[in-house]
Design a protein. Structure first.
Length: 188
């Protein structure tokens, strides 16, 4: 099953940093840092391809029928997740309030999609990535110890980051039919 393989490859590749730091260091020593990062990235690209292909190939077997209102909640939560995802890579004051904005974004994105989708493939994909993100936060917090708030980044960076997140959300919503094979809104 491509979907499960993609979830496992994505999760184990990321979790290996915390679960097997000696193995990671051995790979870096053997390959060099840049080739290691390239190989790591390629594995993640393969995992993403498996996730998308696996989800699209799996039949939409209904497990439960979510209330229609959940779609509206999802449409609200996903842009917030996109803003948090971008905030994880840019200097922004959001990092002063949220320790792991990118992983929080993944968790929010996954929960939002679980609220609106009752198909087995969606439960596997979003539930699997939600479990990965929760484990990742636990392992990172354990490795890093007590949180130290970053210095203030300023309003300009925070607004730029938020704007980039809103733009990302708009692009993802527009591209959703091609990425997931499912339009977000029925056109009549």
């Amino acid at each position: 099953m491509l979907l499960v393989a993609g979830i496992l490859l994505w999760s184990l590749t990321h979790l290996s940093i915390a679960l097997a730091p000696q193995g990671r260091q051995k790979l870096i020593d053997a390959l060099g840092l840049i080739p290691y990062k390239l190989a790591f990235s390629m594995v993640l690209v393969i995992a993403l391809v498996l996730l998308v292909m696996g989800w699209r190939q799996m039949p939409p077997t209904s497990v439960w029928v979510p209330p229609a209102a959940m779609r509206h909640l999802t449409m609200l939560l996903v842009p917030i997740a996109a803003v948090l995802f971008i905030a994880g890579r840019l200097p922004t004051d959001l990092k002063r309030w949220i320790r792991h904005p990118q992983l929080t974004a993944v968790k929010l994105w996954a929960v939002a999609h679980l609220l609106a989708n009752g198909e087995l493939r969606s439960i596997l994909l979003f539930g699997g990535l939600l479990v990965w993100a929760v484990l990742e936060v636990i392992l990172i917090n354990r490795r890093q110890g007590a949180r130290i708030k970053p210095p203030a980044a300023g309003t300009v960076w925070t607004l730029a980051s938020t704007g980039a997140g809103v733009l990302l959300a708009a692009i993802l919503m527009w591209a959703h039919p091609w990425i997931a094979g499912v339009p977000l809104m029925a056109v009549r």
